[in-house]
Design a protein around this ligand. Structure first.
Ligand SMILES: NC(=O)c1ccc[n+]([C@@H]2O[C@H](COP(=O)([O-])OP(=O)(O)OC[C@H]3O[C@@H](n4cnc5c(N)ncnc54)[C@H](O)[C@@H]3O)[C@@H](O)[C@H]2O)c1
Length: 450
């Protein structure tokens, strides 16, 4: 019986140990998913806070799907540690789900992938044939560029002691229909045998189907292209939201009309694009394309359009206040929603932050109402965070940034009572304009003439 047959048999018996390195938004549901389908799981995270929470059987994050965690002491199939060394040698497959942010200069920061790789490869036993899978989003080439030197340093031989693969995560936080147990996956691997083994392994995790796409670089490129495409599509409607109001036209009416055509893709303009993926991943491809001497102007422009949206909204706010004869310096702005998308508390790369910075730069005081946002990640020096409607202080303009249910469902009558000026700017085009007007609100809409 060959290595592939042995892996296949152990897969059927659920007699495999899966290591997950990095237990954040991606790693934790992945680890729990592999545990739930019957594998032994060994989770590692360098954060003491994450390990302490998980050790106590508590949810370290804000995804309510993980509230029902298994205390470590009660389950031999579920163990966690702060040290990769404790577990990696026990693992048949090690999945790496660490952050891949950008630096202040908007360049790929691969330090987490490097550190995780170093710790993993130094703990792999010779001849073990351990499969190490990178799931973090990267540019094409990263897995093969930065890990092989570490494998060599660890005295291991790739293809013998260790095998490399890439399987990007595509799940959507806060979207129950597109979680790690549902999304389709692609796998790229150093050999067909490893690719097929991983295809079968991931098929136990997700009902969405798993495709072995061949080389590692194909899977790496596919992931980054998926997010580049979304950034481009959103940038187009965001640019249109600046063009049409200058002609006295409401962009939403134009998009509604265009969307009656069968092959028009309807996107919605907004205050900006946030989160860990769409505003970050294009910079990975931009860097790699520039290094390769390839043109990358369209992708670069799309990024610029989307990142300029918060500043554009701040300019709209300044114009609206001026029209209402309110001095912007010393005025009070209320941001409705802070996290980067509705229904979750994640504020990473939220457009609310550059919007608040632009408003503060114009002399505004800013308070933000967001019952969901992770308080630890809220910049208290920039704005005041308010959790309940009753705590909202008088304001001159409210700006809807995140369409949380809790924002849309505010008591708008009471909110107008506490406003110095009941002016609202809907930055997501989600509010019922006529009912707000009937309550006395002066309503402005992103993408509509001011
Ligand atoms: N969050 C998403 O919606 C999403 C979706 C698809 C893909 N991704 C990609 O997945 C990757 C992980 O993203 P995330 O959102 O889960 O990040 P995260 O910050 O939520 O979690 C990463 C975890 O890794 C831990 N960590 C950092 N370095 C480590 C190391 N050397 N060893 C062990 N643990 C380490 C951190 O403490 C953290 O808990 C990124 O590349 C991201 O782009 C994220």
């Amino acid at each position: 019986m060959g290595w592939d047959d042995a892996f296949a048999n152990r897969l059927v018996e659920r007699d495999l140990t899966i290591g997950v390195i990095g237990l954040g938004y991606v790693g934790l549901p992945t680890a729990l998913g592999f545990h739930d389908v019957g594998f032994r799981v060994r989770g590692v995270d360098v954060s003491q806070r994450v390990i302490d929470s998980l050790s106590a059987g508590e949810n370290p994050g804000d995804d309510p799907n993980h509230d029902d965690l298994i205390p470590q002491s009660q389950n031999h199939r579920w163990q966690i540690s702060i040290n990769s060394e404790d577990f990696v040698s026990q693992c048949d497959v090690v999945v790496v789900t660490v952050p891949t942010p950008v630096t202040k200069q908007r360049l790929p920061d691969l330090s987490f992938v490097l550190a995780a790789g170093k710790a993993v490869f130094s703990s792999i036993s010779p001849n073990s044939g351990t499969i190490v899978v990178l799931e973090s989003t990267v540019y094409p080439g990263v897995t093969r560029e930065i890990w092989p030197p570490l494998i060599e340093q660890a005295g291991l031989v790739e293809g013998v002691d260790v095998h490399l693969a890439y399987c990007p995560e595509r799940f959507v936080p806060g979207d129950e229909e597109h979680g790690v147990r549902q999304v389709p996956r692609v796998v790229g691997a150093s050999s067909e045998g490893v690719g097929k083994d991983l295809r079968d392994l991931y098929a136990t995790l997700t009902s969405g189907g798993v495709t072995f796409v061949g080389g590692i670089e194909i899977a790496e490129a596919a992931k980054v292209v998926e997010n580049v495409q979304r950034d481009l599509n959103i940038a187009l409607v965001n640019e249109l939201s600046r063009i049409f109001p200058s002609m006295g036209i409401d962009v939403e009416e134009v998009l509604d009309a265009a969307a009656t055509k069968w092959n028009f893709h309807r996107y919605r303009p907004g205050v900006g694009v946030g989160g860990h993926c769409i505003p970050v991943d294009p910079y990975y491809l931009i860097k790699k394309a520039k290094d390769a001497g390839a043109p990358v102007d369209l992708i670069t422009s799309a990024r610029e359009v989307n990142s300029s949206m918060p500043a554009n909204v701040a300019l709209d706010v300044a114009e609206i206040l001026k029209n209402s004869e309110i001095e912007i310096s010393g005025s009070n702005a209320l941001l409705l929603g802070w996290s980067y998308k509705p229904g979750i508390g994640d504020p990473r790369e939220t457009p609310a932050e550059p919007l608040a910075q632009a408003l503060v730069g114009m002399g505004c005081n800013v308070q933000a109402f967001d019952p969901l946002v992770d308080e630890l990640l809220f910049p208290k020096n920039l704005a005041n965070l308010v959790r309940n409607q009753s705590e909202i202080q008088p304001f001159d303009i409210a700006i809807l940034v995140t369409a949380h249910d809790e924002v849309i469902g505010l008591d708008w009558e009471k909110l107008s009572d506490i406003a110095n000026h009941p002016i609202i700017y809907d930055g997501r085009r989600v509010l019922d304009v006529s009912s707000l007007k009937s309550l006395g609100w002066l309503v402005y809409l992103l993408g509509a003439p001011i």
